[in-house]
Ligand binder design. Structure first.
Ligand SMILES: Cc1cc2nc3c(=O)[nH]c(=O)nc-3n(C[C@H](O)[C@H](O)[C@H](O)COP(=O)(O)OP(=O)(O)OC[C@H]3O[C@@H](n4cnc5c(N)ncnc54)[C@H](O)[C@@H]3O)c2cc1C
Length: 348
């Protein structure tokens, strides 16, 4: 059935299959890559717009290192896994929702003719392939649009024991976990140029803060003087490791053997956008490697959108990822309506 033939008052869906049809092979409206708060929130909005939606999720959320997530209104302190479970249940309650436990391997554009033949009236479409994980089957979808909500992978400073304290004593999101560290002796560990700004942010929670640059020249002398003026010291010597007893962090050991007592703090990972599945498609990235979009959420590949931590300014919070997921879903829906009618892209 063609997409335009669906656009009658009795059938509000503009996807090429009716809501309620359950054929797994039927073309879909949007393939969403990533089932975190950004992808799930977008998915919920789009199934509620009578779209046939598939979420492919590899189940590796960045915040799986932590036991409690903070600051999500009505769910402050909830476990991140519980949040995802609730989100998935709400999405899957709709008949046009499909959730695949799969790692997306490949996104390839359809030719104009193939897209039209699939029932996509604006001639834009994609084939999305994923490998099943945890025993799930491999999947393949033909979709009008793609939404990348794959979050970020992170690389912590190369210290042998740092993972043991990450998500408990050491965190990366100051807004998420600063409150619990109020007035404690803290470390900020990182090697990137935004360390100064992060130190200022952490100073809201504790003035007993030492910034460890691990030998990197990332804080300028005038910034060091500004930090010193509010009691924050910069430690430039290389770090050997984090030390502690069981789950309790006790300090930062420098390469020269000195241990500086600290009970926790923040680390600045290096973030990577996992978009290998886009292959050679011309996906613009910024200097940090994040996926660039216009203000509607569309990337430099027509028909491919992105949202959540993977887009600038980078990692924020669950509620922001979810909110932006809903915002971009509305733009995607309008893009498909306008594409079906040939009335241009931009809202008037
Ligand atoms: C340790 C830690 C603690 C945090 N604590 C808080 C907190 O307390 N409060 C708060 O508000 N925020 C917190 N955050 C930040 C929050 O987790 C993120 O801002 C939020 O999860 C971003 O949502 P997202 O949907 O963009 O990405 P994610 O939640 O990372 O979800 C992305 C999903 O995409 C999947 N994926 C990736 N690649 C593929 C692929 N190729 N195919 C299929 N699926 C793929 C991943 O497996 C993952 O499930 C924390 C982050 C960390 C690291």
């Amino acid at each position: 059935m063609s997409e335009l033939s669906q656009a009658s008052p009795s059938e509000p869906s503009q996807d090429p299959a009716s809501p309620g049809e359950s054929s797994e092979d039927a073309p879909i409206g949007v393939a969403i890559i990533g089932g975190g708060p950004a992808g799930l929130s977008a998915g919920l909005q789009l199934v509620r717009a009578n779209r046939r939606i598939a979420i492919l999720d590899s189940n590796r959320p960045r915040h799986s290192a932590t036991l409690r997530s903070h600051g999500f209104l009505t769910r402050d302190g909830a476990s991140p896994l519980e949040l995802r479970r609730l989100g998935r249940e709400e999405f899957e309650a709709y008949p046009t929702a499909q959730f695949a436990q799969a790692m997306t391997r490949e996104v390839t554009p359809l030719s104009h003719e193939a897209a039209v033949a699939a029932g996509f009236p604006d001639g834009i479409g994609f084939r999305v392939r994923g490998s099943g994980i945890r025993g799930a089957a491999d999947v393949e979808f033909v979709a009008r649009r793609v939404l990348i909500a794959a979050g970020l992978t992170e690389e912590l400073p190369a210290l042998p024991m740092i993972r043991a304290y990450y998500g408990t004593a050491l965190h990366s999101c100051v807004e998420c976990d600063g409150f619990e560290k109020t007035s404690k002796p803290l470390a900020l560990i990182g090697e990137t140029s935004d360390l100064f700004a992060r130190a200022l942010l952490i100073s809201r929670f504790s003035s007993d803060l030492i910034v460890f640059t691990n030998g990197a020249e990332t804080i300028r002398p005038e910034q060091e003087a500004q930090l010193a003026a509010i009691g924050i010291r910069v430690e430039r010597r290389p770090i050997d490791d984090i030390v502690g007893e069981k789950a309790e962090m006790l300090g930062v050991r420098l390469a020269d053997g000195e241990v500086i007592p600290r009970v926790g703090g923040f680390v600045r990972p290096r973030w990577h956008a996992p978009v290998e599945f886009m292959g050679e498609l011309p996906l613009e990235r910024d200097d940090w490697g994040l996926v660039v979009t216009d203000d509607r959420g569309e990337t430099t590949v027509r028909g491919v959108y992105a949202v959540g931590d993977i887009v600038p300014p980078g990692p924020q919070q669950l509620i922001i990822a979810a909110g932006n997921g809903a915002r971009v879903a509305a733009k995607l829906n309008m893009d498909m309506i306008r594409g079906a009618l040939g009335v241009g892209l931009v809202d008037e």
